[in-house]
Design a protein around this ligand. Structure first.
Ligand SMILES: C[S@@+](CC[C@H](N)C(=O)[O-])C[C@H]1O[C@@H](n2cnc3c(N)ncnc32)[C@H](O)[C@@H]1O
Length: 301
């Protein structure tokens, strides 16, 4: 039997008496003063797993549903990319299991993580699998849900703000702007097991496209070389955003040909996002425009 689950509405819960959510009762009223929001708030039942996107770092970018589910958890299985401020929102009596996924460091393998989710759910726990950004964008959320379905564990998925959106906004430029980019592509810069990074470089070389590389730091030379050899200008602006949306955010703006050196010179480390495209030039333009407007209002106000 395949078990799928859409988010259950709080107002539509038949077994509320026997399977009460573990949530402080005041929480709905506190977080959701509007009755309309209360009706659509998700409930996490015993033996269910919620895959929850935690966004790119700033706790203010959590969704309301993410916060409500975190507050109901008996067990939270988290990744390294989830910020300490977000972890501080977990209920005091909940258990924390650190899966610790980053490029090189895996406290738990993916297989072990899948199994932990199943075992905790079978124990009757309310499980929140908390993942950086969006669980379904380079987050292996798809594999985890498949495993849960195969083991007949009910799951719900709450999308999060993916780091491409968070980092570009906080760095001061849009991913698309109709004068510069007609499309945006999210790409993994992580090589496959056989060491290849077999991507559609020709398509990414089109000058009216923004290309966002997740996990691209280690392969920056290859990214720069391949895009240029397919015709993307060496002068194309590139933004490197390290720990975007957090107090430790660093933004480095360079050009395609200078990408590998910019990483070395600035000693950039994961998590860093590489964004290639003309839209990056808007960061500088928007900043100087904003400064001019605020100077003007200071002078006239
Ligand atoms: C395994 S992927 C996970 C992506 C995540 N699911 C999302 O939607 O953002 C990890 C990569 O996302 C990017 N990333 C995640 N959070 C970031 C942040 N706060 N700042 C910059 N890059 C980030 C980095 O490129 C990092 O190597």
């Amino acid at each position: 039997m395949v078990v799928t689950k859409t988010i259950e509405l709080a107002s539509n819960n038949d077994d509320a008496q026997t399977n009460k959510p573990n949530m402080p009762t005041a929480l709905y009223e506190k977080v959701l003063p509007e009755k309309a929001l209360f009706k659509t708030a998700p409930k996490l039942h015993k033996g269910q797993v919620a895959l929850v996107g935690a966004g790119p770092g700033d706790p203010g970018l959590l969704t309301l549903n993410a916060l409500l589910l975190i507050q109901q958890a008996d067990v939270i299985v988290c990744d390294r990319l989830v910020s300490p401020e977000i972890m501080a929102l977990k209920p005091e009596n909940s258990e924390l299991i650190n899966a610790g996924k980053s490029c090189k460091e895996h406290l738990l393998t993916q297989d072990e993580t899948n199994e932990v989710l199943v075992q905790q759910a079978l124990k009757g726990k309310r499980v929140v699998r908390l993942k950086g950004g969006d669980p379904y964008i380079f987050g292996r959320g798809g594999e985890e849900v498949e495993y849960l379905i195969a083991h007949q564990i009910e799951s719900i998925v709450v999308p999060g703000i993916t780091s491409a959106s968070g980092c570009s906004s906080y760095a001061g430029f849009p991913l698309t702007h109709r004068d510069f980019a007609q499309s945006v592509t999210f790409v993994t810069g992580h090589r496959m097991k056989d060491g290849t990074l077999d991507l559609d470089w020709k398509a990414f070389a089109s000058s009216d496209r923004t290309v966002v590389f997740y996990m691209g730091l280690a392969n920056a030379q290859l990214i720069s070389d391949n895009l240029q050899s397919q015709g993307r200008s060496a002068e194309t602006p590139v933004a490197l955003i390290e720990r975007g949306t957090t107090p430790k955010q660093r933004v480095v703006v360079t050009h395609l040909s200078g990408l590998p050196d910019a990483i070395k010179d600035n000693n950039l480390k994961p998590p860093t996002m590489i964004i290639v495209g003309e839209v990056v030039s808007l960061a500088e333009k928007n900043r100087s425009l904003a400064e001019r407007v605020s100077n003007h209002s200071r002078q006239t106000g």
